[in-house]
Write a protein that binds this ligand. Sequence first.
Ligand code: FBP
Length: 262
Amino acid sequence: MLPIDDSPIVRDGKSLILAMDHGLEHGPVDFEEVPEKLDPSTVFETATHDAVTAMAVQKGIAEGYYPSYEDDVNLLAKLNGTSNMWMGEPDSAVNWSVDYAAEVGADAIGFTVYSGSNHEVEMFEEFRDVQEKAREYDLPVVMWSYPRGQGLKNDTKPGTISYATRIGLELGADIAKVKYPGDPEAMAHACKAAGDMNVVMSGGSKTSDYDFLSTVEAAVDAGAKGLAVGRNVWQREDPTRILDALEKVIYEEESAEAALES
Ligand code: FBP
């Protein structure tokens, strides 16, 4: 793994990645309650907050909008992604190359791996190519490590999440993004299973301020090095308020309650 602490996508050893690839992964349904967010510039504006260490987007959004924000936002190029209309075993098309992402100005690479899927072998091989090419550019690689497939009934079981972080370490990721396994002990084990590789928690669908922040607090206490989040930030009416609180919980290790009060 790279000495990730020197990377621009890490602040004080932690990361807050703002993801906005939902238009591809989920479709416009994620924007129904916040139609103004269909304009990607609005989310790039949010990503200029000091707490955000990178913004994860697909190729078209990077090409079209990143040039206006390259001085204020670090780009995490999410290379693969599939629409919600795909009904087969979990898989993800590789939509752009590391070379092209570097040309567009990427500071880091993001790649989904669905271990346990019938497409695991080809996804591991694609990850190999991406990881080795990223090394040539000194770009850290964030693995969206999502065990998923017909054989996996529960993708947030503690053992499954520890397996997911370990797969990130084994395959050469610099950061693995995983779902919260439900309790702090399980998260702590998942972080241990990752060795020295950073683990960040996945945001998930929107919950209340307190529920969301207290889960982030528990994950950070358990050893997670931050968060990769989409809907729980940009689906809120006031994303700046939640980012102010996340800054306190993640970097200053304040409690969720204290962060919300101040
Ligand atoms: P959220 O915090 O909104 O869950 O976003 C993080 C993310 O990984 C996105 O990059 C991606 O679009 C989405 O989750 C995929 O979630 P899922 O595959 O669970 O539907």
